[in-house]
Design a protein around this ligand. Structure first.
Ligand SMILES: Nc1nc2c(ncn2[C@@H]2O[C@H](COP(=O)(O)OP(=O)(O)OP(=O)(O)O)[C@@H](O)[C@H]2O)c(=O)[nH]1
Ligand SMILES: [Mg+2]
Length: 251
């Protein structure tokens, strides 16, 4: 970016009207969740000497295309072969290439997407599409009958922000949702109400899983950019996979 271009972004981003438009239109504009993070640091990240920090790297949006393979040594006797697949519509036809012999799958969905539309068609709610995809291609997929089943619901931090600060109700996605347990309108957007709403989202996934005969879905809701949370969840995921692998060997 030229210095002139950078200056223009700095000036415009810090204008109250632009900040207000961002707060109101963030979901409609389908801006990446990291937009504010980088725009707040525009001077720093456009500087010639800028070196991204590990957090900056995690914040970058880079869509997965094709099939990305990796190998992780879990302990001295176990190596996980991991295949990362893209979630956007034009990438899903590649999933079929890894259906066979899957010991474990990890389905990732963002709880914060409850008020957003698919960029692909601008009409379908993202969370609803994610639920339907989970039900049809993952929970209901006969190839995964014997796989360890893991559901990660990410972007808990973004959810809290949207739900408690922007006061966007869950009914924009689930009209039937009732804020059960919340006694007054003043309490409708507290952290407790946000937890209740996230539990409702998780229950929708679990219900779809049960309808497909799954009784052992290992699920977590968390902030995927918070190292301490990620560490705990990876340990849980690892333990679930190894535990079920031992049980399968004994059958
Ligand atoms: N704040 C916040 N940002 C997150 C979280 N998880 C992912 N992100 C950000 O969301 C963006 C997309 O994350 P990815 O993990 O690349 O998304 P993906 O599901 O792999 O997307 P595809 O590769 O297109 O399938 C990146 O900018 C991440 O930094 C989270 O829990 N909280
Ligand atoms: Mg990806």
């Amino acid at each position: 970016m030229t210095h002139h271009g950078m200056l223009s972004v700095v000036l415009q981003w810090s204008t109250p009207s632009i900040l207000a438009a961002y707060a109101q239109g963030r979901s409609v504009l389908n801006l990446t969740d990291s937009a504010k993070y980088f725009l707040d640091r525009i001077r720093e990240v456009t500087h010639d000497d800028y070196i991204p920090s590990p957090v900056d790297v995690l914040r970058v949006l880079q869509r997965t295309t094709g099939l990305v393979e990796g190998e992780f040594e879990v302990d001295q006797s176990n190596v996980f072969h991991v295949y990362d697949l893209g979630g956007s519509r034009d990438q899903r036809n590649k999933w079929i290439h890894v259906y066979e012999d899957v010991d474990a799958y990890v389905y990732v969905a963002a709880v914060s997407e409850y008020d957003q539309l698919m960029t692909e068609d601008d009409t379908t709610n993202r969370l609803i599409e994610s639920l339907q995809l989970f039900e049809r291609d993952v929970a209901g997929n006969r190839w995964f009958r014997n796989s360890t089943k893991i559901l990660l619901l990410t972007k808990q931090d973004v959810f809290y922000d949207k739900f408690t600060s922007q006061k966007i109700p869950l009914t924009v996605c689930f009209p039937e949702y009732e804020n059960a347990g919340v006694t007054s309108a003043a309490n409708a957007h507290t952290a407790g109400a946000a937890d209740h709403a996230m539990a409702y989202i998780l229950e929708q996934f679990e219900q779809h899983a049960r309808e497909k005969g799954i009784t052992s879905l290992n699920s977590y809701i968390f902030d995927a950019l918070a190292p301490h949370q990620v560490g705990n969840i990876l340990n849980g995921v690892k333990a679930a996979i190894l535990h079920e692998a031992v049980n399968k060997d004994e059958e």
